[in-house]
Design a protein around this ligand. Structure first.
Ligand code: CMC
Length: 412
C-alpha cells in the first residue's frame, strides 16, 4: 500500500505479474497511477488544483506565467535573481531560425495550427541539435527555455504568415505575455497598444493551463519521453494529443457549439437534449471531466475573467450570454446532475481568447503554450527518476488462436 502526501491511497502492483502471472485491465487508465509525482495535486471531488502545493487561485491572483513556469519546472518559486535570469534566458532564445519560415510558407493554407505546431516542434530538434560539451542539466535548461520561448514566437509567426502579413519579432523590453500579444497584433500600419489588463488576462489564462497532472497529453509526453527520446519530440507528441476535441481541442469546439446555438435562435435546451441522447454522439463541449466531479476551479476563474476582460474592452459578447444560459439550464437537468457534469476550463476560455483577438482555430495552440511548463516539468521528473522504466503497457489478447497461412489461390 502507498499513500500520497495528501492522503490518496494506492496499491502497488508493480510485481503483480511476476508473482501471480496476472495483469490488470483498466481501460482509459481511470484507476491506474502511472508514476509518483510531486508537481501537481488535484482533488476532483473537492475541486482543488495546486502547483507544487500552491493553490492555482493564488497563482492566478499573484503570480505571472513565467514565474509559474519556473515554479513547475524547478519545484520552487524563484527569488528575484533567479526570475530575472530565467526571463533573460527566455528573451535570449526567443528568435526562431529564419530558415524555419520557409516551412510555414509551405503548409497548405487550410492546415490546422495544431498540426503545424506539432510538426514545427519536432523540426526544432533539427535546427537546434544537442550542444557539444554541455552537462545534461545545462542542455536541458537550454532546450526547455528554447521551447518555452520559441513555441510562443512560432505561434504568433504562423498567425501572421497565415494572414500574409509581415512577421513581428519579439522585443527585449516586453514581458513574455506582452511580447506574444505584440507579435500577434502589431503591424507597420497600425501599432498595437499593449494594455496591462489584457496582458494580465493572458498571464492568468496561461497559468490556469500550466499543468494538470497525468492528463492525456501529459501522459503522452511521459510515455514518449520514457523511450528516452529528445524533449522536442516528446512535447510534439503532447501537442498532437492535446489537439483532440475531448482534450484541449474542446476550447475551439465550445465556441463552435455556442455559435451553432446562436445560429439556431440562442436556445441551448435542444443541445442539452441532444447531449443526453445516447443515439446521438453529440456532447456538451466544455462540460465534464475525468477527474473533476464538481466545478473545475479553473472554470470559475475563467468565468470571472470573461466579465473582467469584456468590461475592460467596453464590449459585449453574445456568446457569453448563451454560455451562461446553457450552464444555468444544464445544471438544473437531472442527467447533468446525475453524471456530475460541470463546466470545465474550456467552457469559458474561448470567450476570453475571442476578446483578446485570438482567432478560433488558434485556441488550442494557446492551450498548448500554457501547458508547456507542465509537460516540461513532467518530462524532467520522469527523466530524472532513479526508478525510471520504459512505458510499455500489456494487453489481454482476444484475437484468433493459432491459425496457419493459406496460399492466396487456396483462399475462398
Ligand atoms: N456531454 C454529455 N454527456 C457527457 C459529457 C458531456 N460533455 N461528458 C460525459 N458525459 C457522460 C457520458 O455520456 C457517460 O454517460 P453514461 O455513463 O450514461 O454512458 C458519462 O458521462 C461518462 O462519460 P465518459 O466519457 O466515460 O467520462 P470521462 O470521464 O471519460 O469523460 C470527458 C471526460 C472530458 C472526455 C467528457 O466529459 C467529455 O467528452 N467532455 C466534453 C469534451 C470536453 O469538454 N473536454 C475538455 C476536458 S477539460 C480540458 C482538458 O483537460 O483537456
Amino acid at each position: 500500500m502507498l499513500e500520497g502526501t495528501e492522503g490518496e491511497k494506492a496499491i502497488d502492483i508493480s510485481r503483480l505479474r511476476e508473482l501471480t502471472k496476472y495483469i490488470t485491465l483498466d481501460p482509459g487508465f481511470a484507476n491506474t497511477g502511472s508514476c509518483l509525482s510531486s508537481i501537481t495535486f488535484m482533488d476532483g471531488e473537492k475541486g482543488i488544483l495546486r502547483y507544487r502545493g500552491i493553490p492555482v487561485q493564488e497563482l492566478a491572483e499573484e503570480s505571472s506565467f513565467v514565474e509559474t513556469a519556473y515554479l513547475l519546472i524547478n519545484g520552487k518559486l524563484p527569488n528575484s535573481n533567479e526570475l530575472n535570469r530565467f526571463r533573460m534566458l527566455l528573451n535570449d532564445h526567443s528568435l526562431v531560425h529564419e530558415d524555419m519560415r520557409t516551412f510555414f510558407q509551405n503548409f497548405p493554407r487550410q492546415s490546422h495550427p495544431m498540426g503545424i505546431l506539432s510538426s514545427m516542434v519536432t523540426a526544432l530538434r533539427s535546427f537546434y541539435p544537442a550542444l557539444e560539451g554541455l552537462s545534461e542539466t545545462e542542455e536541458t535548461t537550454i532546450t526547455l527555455t528554447r521551447l518555452l520561448s520559441k513555441v510562443r514566437t512560432m505561434a504568433a509567426m504562423s498567425y501572421k504568415m497565415s494572414r500574409g502579413h509581415m512577421v513581428v519579432y519579439p522585443r527585449p523590453d516586453l514581458s513574455y505575455c506582452a511580447n506574444f500579444l505584440n507579435m500577434m497584433f502589431d503591424s507597420p500600419v497600425k501599432h498595437y497598444h499593449i494594455d496591462d489588463d489584457l496582458v494580465q488576462a493572458l498571464n492568468v489564462f496561461w497559468i490556469l493551463h500550466a499543468d494538470h497532472e497525468q492528463n492525456c497529453s501529459t501522459a503522452a509526453v511521459r510515455l514518449v519521453g520514457s523511450a528516452r527520446v529528445n524533449l522536442y519530440a516528446a512535447i510534439s507528441a503532447g501537442i498532437a494529443a492535446l489537439w483532440g476535441p475531448l482534450h484541449g481541442g474542446a476550447n475551439q469546439k465550445v465556441i463552435e457549439m455556442l455559435e451553432e446555438i446562436q445560429a439556431n435562435g440562442g436556445d441551448s435546451r435542444p443541445f442539452i437534449e441532444r447531449a443526453k441522447d445516447k443515439k446521438d454522439p453529440f456532447r456538451l463541449m466544455g462540460f465534464g471531466h475525468r477527474v473533476y466531479k464538481t466545478y473545475d476551479p479553473r472554470a470559475k476563474i475563467m468565468k470571472a475573467m470573461c466579465d473582467k476582460v469584456l468590461d475592460k474592452l467596453h464590449t459585449h459578447d453574445p456568446l457569453l450570454d448563451i454560455a451562461v444560459q446553457l450552464e444555468e439550464v444544464a445544471r438544473k437537468d437531472q442527467y447533468i446532475i446525475d453524471h456530475n457534469l460541470y463546466p470545465n476550463v474550456d467552457f469559458y476560455s474561448g470567450i476570453v481568447l475571442r476578446a483578446l483577438g485570438i482567432p478560433t482555430n488558434m485556441f488550442t495552440v494557446m492551450f498548448a503554450i500554457g501547458r508547456l511548463p507542465g509537460w516540461i516539468a513532467q518530462w524532467k521528473e520522469d527523466a530524472s527518476d532513479p526508478n525510471w522504466k520504459l512505458s510499455r503497457p500489456r494487453q489481454i489478447y482476444t484475437g484468433p488462436n493459432l491459425s496457419h497461412y493459406v496460399l492466396i489461390k487456396e483462399r475462398g
